[in-house]
Design a protein around this ligand. Structure first.
Ligand code: GAL
Length: 413
């Protein structure tokens, strides 16, 4: 008994000692699904190996809305976490409030300017200062198809809208749910990203990036809502409120044919032991080949005391390490946030993701994802979510939706 107690005391002493001497980061994030947690573990372990201890602050909820609400409460209370997973315009919004830290010292020493694409730097930097460390690049215009279901339907990967609809009809005939979907605003909006992009790069840019009222309220937008209405007819009755990873599980288990989702879905397939090409197939949303709607998870740093700042810099440096970038993104389903990371360790979907991103970046067909906060600030994004979801749930007709969208966006600006 005594020995046990003594050992316990020694252990406590050791742990507290370690916590005192080691740098510590408290990290707010929403990576709670199986695939996300596996990727997070790669980050945690990497930091721990560099003497940076991790205090976890997970806030469940795909797309991060709940996490952003939790963050607001912490910042308002004057007690921000050391580092926060954040997306696009949310980072800019916080920077405008003057509460973010400064990573420039490490970014300059390590030459981030040269290897992180400008599309990401637009969010990682504010007034010339580095305020966030990008960990990845995801994209939303993907389709994840069950290989078994695809083979049973003739094996042809759909290249355009008509072929997609033909495939969904075949899934329906074979008795499975054609589209695995979770009815949550951000998931509806994720499909909307791809649907709008499938009607043309210029149309996506005009409506989702430039917020042009004519594009938001016009005939092409009516076509986009028409496509959403059509896709809605292929989801099952229980779709309302379902989490995205449970929708992925439906495809993994062969209960559904496909899922329209960003490449974080690949993390779920991999976690379930599935292999691309053998168990599942990844294609770009039909009609969006050559274009990419991206979002990048970045760790935004808040203003903190000197001790925590040291930990922030250590964390940021670890995140931008090319070896880590490869190891992390292989598990997460995303691609590296640096252009100099070899694709060697990535599977075929990852290699395709890296090649597509590079191609889109050179061709002017790389756009920020509306659904994931990279095309417009949160107020506009939320206004769009509202219209898209009301329409998806049948509370707004396809005829009425474009004018509602244009009006909602105008009111939110
Ligand atoms: C995205 C985020 C991804 C993934 C997804 C679902 O916004 O960029 O990393 O976590 O939400 O939670």
């Amino acid at each position: 008994m005594l020995t046990k107690l003594a050992a316990g005391a020694a252990l406590i002493a050791l742990t507290t000692g370690a916590a005192k001497t080691a740098d510590n980061v408290e990290v707010l994030h929403w990576w709670t699904s199986g695939g996300e947690a596996a990727a997070l573990e790669v980050l945690k372990k990497d930091l721990e190996s560099k003497g940076v201890a991790w205090s976890d602050m997970p806030v469940a909820g795909g797309g991060g809305e709940a996490a952003m609400t939790a963050l607001r409460a912490r910042v308002t209370a004057g007690n921000p976490p050391t580092a926060v997973q954040a997306l696009g315009f949310d980072i800019t919004d916080w920077a405008n409030q003057g509460v973010v830290g400064d990573l420039s010292e490490i970014a300059t020493a390590e030459g981030w300017d040269k290897v992180i694409p400008t599309a990401l730097q637009n969010f990682s930097k504010h007034d010339g200062k580095w305020i966030a460390a990008p960990v990845n690049v995801h994209s939303t215009n993907w389709v994840w198809i069950s290989k078994k279901a695809l083979d049973a339907a003739g094996g042809k990967e759909p290249q355009n809208w008509d072929e997609l609809i033909a495939l969904l009809d075949k899934f329906k005939e074979s008795g499975i749910t054609p589209v695995a979907h979770g009815g949550q605003p951000w998931q509806d909006a994720t499909i909307f990203d791809a649907v709008v992009l499938s009607l043309g790069n210029d149309f996506y840019k005009a409506s989702m990036v430039d917020l042009d009222p004519a594009a938001l309220g016009g005939d092409k937008m009516k076509e986009a809502f028409g496509r959403m209405e059509k896709l809605r007819s292929y989801v099952d009755d229980n779709f309302s409120g379902r989490d995205w990873n449970l929708a992925s599980a439906m495809v993994i288990e062969g209960k559904a044919g496909l899922q329209f989702m960003g490449d974080w879905a690949k993390g779920e397939f991999l976690k379930a032991g599935q292999k691309p090409g053998t168990d599942f197939v990844c294609i770009r949303f039909p009609g969006t080949q050559g274009a990419v709607t991206f979002n990048s998870d970045q760790f935004m740093m808040f203003k903190v005391g000197e001790d925590s700042k040291k930990a922030q810099l250590a964390m940021a440096s670890a995140i931008e390490n090319p070896v880590f970038q490869s190891a992390f993104n292989v598990v997460k389903g995303s691609v590296p946030a640096r252009t100099d990371v070899p694709n060697t360790d990535f599977d075929d979907c990852g290699k395709k993701g890296m090649a597509d991103l590079a191609e889109a970046n050179t061709n002017g067909s790389l756009f920020g994802s509306m659904a994931h906060g990279h095309s417009a600030p949160a107020a506009v994004k939320n206004a769009m979510y509202d219209v898209i979801t009301r329409h998806f749930n049948g509370d707004l007709s396809t005829d009425e939706a474009p004018a509602e969208l244009a009006a909602a966006v105008a009111a939110a600006q």
